[in-house]
Design a protein around this ligand. Structure first.
Ligand SMILES: [Zn+2]
Ligand SMILES: [Zn+2]
Length: 352
């Protein structure tokens, strides 16, 4: 009897990994000073298929904008139709929400959170595979022999005055070092913007790349897939380098966004893992600066590992700031503890 229980426990880890925890109920919070139409989405909660509600077209445009709906612009209307239901289902699956196909509170709440402008790679319907890191179509990467060095520079004409350039440089140096610590790629700041591999700039509204920014919140930034090197941030955001100094309720953490967009520049698309830095959304005043196991596994598949990188040493050196890495190891440890305890019980039982 104990033996069967022990066997069950041995297989328990895989069951645990495949299970998705039910998300906690999230309250809709409307943020003031919101320029985009997303903040008005709250009024569509519990709208269901077959209904015709004025403004549903805004939600359809959102789904179209981020890769969940592919219809002609002219056919976007206010009818909650089958296509829209499919789009919602895909969105829920990609974002790791409860899949209902309905405009429930959790879904609407997620849609109002500021996010990256890069389209999501929507998962196929009816897939129960665990969603994790993703690549752009064709899996592009910087095609150079490893190890290599990529240069980056800031656009001299597209810079913001609200944050010192020297502070911005410190933030980006730190953001690049997060990635270089796990892959054999170094990053160095170049003086010559025109010849640098990675070109960073702050832009307002339409800036001639077909991906216009939308003012405060909404879309925060975007990064292009390899080997474009373009990394653009919405100049209209209240960018923060330190939340102690920047008290605004709509402040966005520059470092978190920089790390995420560098991930795109290197070849990672959006992940479904909520804790990962490659998850598409970021709330105002939220900080997400530690690469998680999902981000690390994704980027190392493209470039290999930095020879100095040791996932276990990383977890031991600072479990508080590398919680993603640490928790996976802790989880493994706890399974061994349980298995060991079961062996002990079984031994005692045999003796008795
Ligand atoms: Zn993104
Ligand atoms: Zn752009």
């Amino acid at each position: 009897m104990h033996f069967i229980f022990f066997l069950l426990l041995l297989f328990y880890p895989t069951c645990f990994l495949a299970r998705t925890t039910p998300p906690a109920t999230t309250m809709i919070s409307t943020v003031n000073h919101h320029n985009s139409t997303w903040s008005t989405f709250g009024k569509f909660i519990d709208t269901s298929k077959g209904s015709h509600v004025s403004g549903i077209s805004d939600l359809k445009n959102y789904m179209q904008r981020f890769g969940y709906l592919q219809v002609s612009e002219t056919s976007i209307n206010d009818e909650f139709n089958e296509e829209f239901e499919v789009a919602i289902t895909r969105y829920q699956r990609k974002l790791g929400l409860t899949v209902t196909g309905k405009l429930d509170t959790e879904t609407i709440s997620q849609m109002t959170v500021p996010r990256c402008g890069v389209r999501d790679t929507a998962p196929p319907l009816n897939t129960h595979a665990i969603q994790h890191y993703k690549y752009f179509k064709g899996k592009p990467r910087w095609s150079r022999a490893m190890p290599t060095t990529l240069t980056y520079a800031f656009s001299p004409n597209n810079i913001i005055s609200s944050v010192n350039l020297s502070d911005i440089k410190v933030i980006f140096r730190r953001a690049f070092s997060r990635w270089s610590s796990v892959i054999p790629v170094n990053f160095t700041e170049a003086e010559d913007y025109g010849f640098s591999d990675i070109k960073i700039g702050f832009y307002n509204g339409d800036h001639d790349d077909g991906e216009p920014f939308d003012g405060v919140l909404g879309v925060l930034a975007h990064g292009f897939s390899p080997e474009s090197g373009r990394l653009h941030l919405d100049a209209a955001e209240t960018w923060a380098v330190d939340f102690e100094r920047e008290k605004s309720a709509v402040a966005i953490d520059l470092e978190s966004v920089a790390i995420h967009e560098i991930g795109h520049v290197l070849g990672l698309a959006h992940s479904s893992v909520k804790e990962s830095v490659m998850y598409p959304s970021l709330k105002p005043r939220e900080k997400k600066t530690d690469l998680k196991v999902d981000d690390i596994e994704g980027i190392q598949q493209l470039y290999g590992s930095n020879p100095n990188f040791n996932i276990e040493a990383l977890a031991q050196s600072d479990t508080s700031s590398n919680r993603g890495v640490g928790s996976k190891i802790e989880l493994r440890l706890s399974w061994w503890t349980i298995a060991f305890a079961m062996v002990l019980i079984a031994c005692v039982n045999i003796k008795g």
